[in-house]
Design a binder for this molecule. Sequence first.
Ligand code: IMP
Ligand code: MG
Length: 179
Amino acid sequence: MKNIKLYDKEFCLFIGAETIDRAIADMADRMNKDLQDAQPLFLCILNGSFMFSSDLMKQITIPGTQISFVKVASYSGTTSSGEIKELIGLKEEIAGRTVVILEDIIDSGRSMAHLLTYLQEKNPERIVVATLFHKPEAAVCHVPIDYKGIELANDFVVGRGLDYDGLGRNYPDLYILKS
Ligand code: IMP
Ligand code: MG
């Protein structure tokens, strides 16, 4: 599909599914080599990362691999800081473990910076950051990225797990907002 409409906005096909598949396969190859002995705990950051995590994890062959599905809950109501309150769904003990964060996209880097602070307090052996998409020009908080799929300019995109107000997550290709 060349164009999609979500609510009032038009989006154009931007990056095809095969290109994204290849980037994920490359990432899986590198992880399989680098983390072979790490018995890693992968953290799928919901909602956006559900499709990326599924595609990636099918190609991970590391012994002792675990995956947990977590959601970031922000402060709401009286504060609008957007800061992380807690990570819902993290049942596993992460002290002493290699934790691999799977994010859909790093934009300003704020979400990842908060997540790293939260997880570091739990004394993991190591935190590895993997993101499918990265917008380097949008960086406000500079966070270390160990695995990156595809770099983007500072444009709004949907598809492959990313949404516009709840719509568009299901498309396997990436679409860009029509200007
Ligand atoms: P950050 O804290 O600014 O890095 O933003 C990260 C979050 O914003 C991501 O996990 C996405 O949910 C959302 N986001 C950032 N850029 C886009 C985009 O282009 N399309 C859809 N969601 C985005
Ligand atoms: Mg997200």
